[in-house]
Design a protein around this ligand. Structure first.
Ligand code: ACO
Length: 324
């Protein structure tokens, strides 16, 4: 049996840091409220003109360097994002051109905050089927461009960034399993209510609502429940006890959601890679950035068992169990 394995990780954050204190001057909020309800202390914001693909290119080059590979080795790109540079070509195609490579399939994949896990699952299948030997998997976002900066319910939660991994074939795992779910019936609880087909009609205040809208408390409850059940599903599929997991690398939306999943796994928070305090919620970028930070800080080591999970708009949720 062939597996895919993670040959390298990379990440990139835009320079500009927006602190909670600065947000206090923009919307009716406090550092204390944001920290106590979410764990977020600061987030990075893309510079004017800096796009999702700009961030992704840096992360991709770092992941390839870490793997000892070059862009010319890449034969598949799967790019998870909710904030593409353009409606088309997809960000995978734009990144391919940036890397100066030609001809390989390059997909864009939208699954909101689960975008990277969904992209990883797709790329894993290409590699395991022998259709790719060097897959670049990206999660990158400029969510700051899709925020209503007058809405305290959402403006304080999100940030920008990019993460990447390189997958290569291996006789040993590797990615042990991935698990993906979607539940479209709750679309009213978390969405951005405009689009090419539905249109960009302005609302009563004259603004086009190219904004994230979220019923936070309802989303919170469903996220905790769904992530709890996907942890069980992942362990059962691999016939493993929760004590086998070395690291939890969760989607970084809210510290309290992460703590709930860690508690379910009976994992001390020292075994959880946490970036939410520094990055906020970077949607598809959050898991691969946290993975890269875990690896580069020397905490996540080769041979260890790592559980990735994410939950986001759709609703979408997913997990990946990886022998790193
Ligand atoms: N500052 C101060 N007060 C605020 C702020 C703020 N920034 N935002 C909301 N409040 C107020 C609300 O108005 C409300 O006031 P009220 O009681 O007078 O009506 C009060 O705080 C409590 O609001 P809740 O929504 O109940 O707060 P909660 O404790 O649920 O925290 C949060 C809100 C942080 C959004 C939380 O619900 C959450 O993290 N939800 C899940 C987010 C998530 O996982 N999303 C999925 C991924 S996102 C994606 O896919 C794009």
């Amino acid at each position: 049996m062939k597996y895919s394995r993670i040959a390298g990780t990379g990440s990139y954050l835009p320079e500009r840091i927006l602190t909670n204190a600065e947000l206090e001057t923009m919307v009716d909020t406090t550092d204390e409220w944001i920290k106590s309800r979410t764990g977020i202390e600061r987030r990075h914001i893309a510079a004017p003109g800096q796009t999702t693909v700009d961030l992704a290119e840096q992360a991709a080059r770092r992941a390839l360097d870490a793997a000892g590979l070059t862009p010319q080795d890449v034969d598949l790109i799967v790019f998870g994002t909710t904030t593409p540079d353009l409606i088309f070509p997809n960000c995978g195609a734009l990144l391919q051109a940036r890397l100066g490579i030609h001809g390989c399939p390059a997909l864009g994949l939208e699954a909101a905050c689960s975008g990277f896990i969904f992209a990883l699952s797709v790329a894993d299948k290409f590699v395991r089927m022998g259709e790719a030997k060097c897959a670049l998997v990206i999660g990158a976002e400029t969510l700051s461009r899709m925020l209503d900066w007058t809405d305290r319910n959402t403006a304080v939660l999100f940030g920008d960034g990019a993460g990447a991994v390189v997958l290569q074939p291996s006789d040993e795992p590797g990615i042990l399993s991935t698990h993906l779910h979607t539940e479209g019936s709750h679309q009213d609880l978390l969405n951005c209510p405009v689009g090419v087909s539905r249109g960009f009609a302005p609302e009563a205040d004259g603004r086009v609502p190219l904004f994230i809208r979220m019923a936070g408390a309802e989303v919170f409850k469903i996220a905790v429940r769904s992530l709890g059940s996907i942890v069980d599903e992942t362990l059962a599929a691999n016939n493993l006890d929760k004590s086998a997991i070395d690291w939890l690398i969760p989607h970084q939306a809210n510290l309290r959601i992460i703590q709930a999943t860690a508690k379910k796994l009976e994992m001390p928070m020292e075994r959880v890679i946490l970036t939410v305090q520094d990055h906020g919620n970077t949607s598809a970028a959050s898991v691969p950035m946290a993975f890269d930070i875990g690896v580069r800080s020397g905490r996540v080591k080769r041979g260890e068992l790592v559980l990735l999970e994410a939950f986001g708009g759709g609703f979408t949720w997913g997990s990946a169990l990886i022998r790193f």
